[in-house]
Design a protein around this ligand. Structure first.
Ligand code: ATP
Length: 211
């Protein structure tokens, strides 16, 4: 009797970091190495607009005005409601985060079936949302706050106050870095490509050892 083929290990790797730390820039390098990258912030927005169950749950929470007549998400209205109501914000997160978790798990399984060594999930609020608990490894990209703020101001043409407002939703970088299996230093003193390459080698070998 032929031995039953064991499912190959495909590691779940997450990448996070503070605003403007360079997550997307780093993910582009991983993608260039052939690593599948899941952009959790993009897919959260997609699910809010396209997933019927998520839409129903948000309408039940906020009211039918959460969506405009053309079906598009009324982000401004929903944001204004949850901004003043912590319980509603928690309830909204309890709708969206599990939906992203299910969607990313199905996405990961497709690449696992293709024999990929690992997939990479990028999320700004990965630690804040607790989704890092579903990973095999966590990468944290770090850079000093002043540099991160300057990079985002230049990228998004925003005043400093607007960038600092976004920072308020985020845990301090040190708390995220303490949870990291791998850190990528993006303060401009170290090249990114060699750092990504070193992590890629370790993860590829690790997945092979697990098989
Ligand atoms: P956000 O938290 O807003 O999603 P992010 O962590 O994904 O941001 P990026 O968008 O990758 O960060 O980087 C922020 C800006 O800084 C971008 O304009 C990017 O091109 C620039 N940047 C990132 N890393 C470097 C670097 N090492 N040298 C110069 N510019 C950089």
């Amino acid at each position: 009797m032929p031995e039953k083929k064991k499912n190959k290990t495909c590691l779940r790797v997450g990448i996070t970091g503070g605003i403007g730390s360079g997550k997307t820039t780093v993910c582009r390098i991983f993608a260039a190495l052939g690593v599948p990258v899941y952009d959790a912030d993009y897919w959260a927005k997609w699910l809010i607009t396209n997933d019927p169950e998520v839409k129903l749950a948000i309408e039940a929470l906020v009211g039918p005005e959460a969506y405009l007549a053309d079906g598009s998400y009324n982000r401004t209205l929903v944001a204004s409601v949850v901004f003043h109501d912590k319980d509603k914000l928690a309830a909204l997160n309890a709708i969206v985060h599990p939906a992203v978790e299910r969607h990313s798990a199905a996405w990961h399984d497709r690449y696992a079936a293709l024999g990929k060594a690992y997939t990479l999930k990028e999320a700004a609020l990965m630690v804040e949302s607790g989704s890092h608990r579903h990973l095999d490894f966590l990468i944290v990209v770090t850079a000093p706050e002043a540099l991160r703020i300057r990079r985002v101001m230049e990228r998004d043409h925003l005043p400093e106050t607007a960038v600092r407002d976004r920072l308020k939703n985020q845990l301090p970088e040190a708390e995220k870095a303490a949870l990291a299996d791998f850190r990528i230093n993006n303060d401009g003193t170290q090249l990114l490509i060699p750092q990504v390459w070193a992590i890629h080698q370790i993860l590829t070998v690790r997945a092979r050892l697990d098989n």
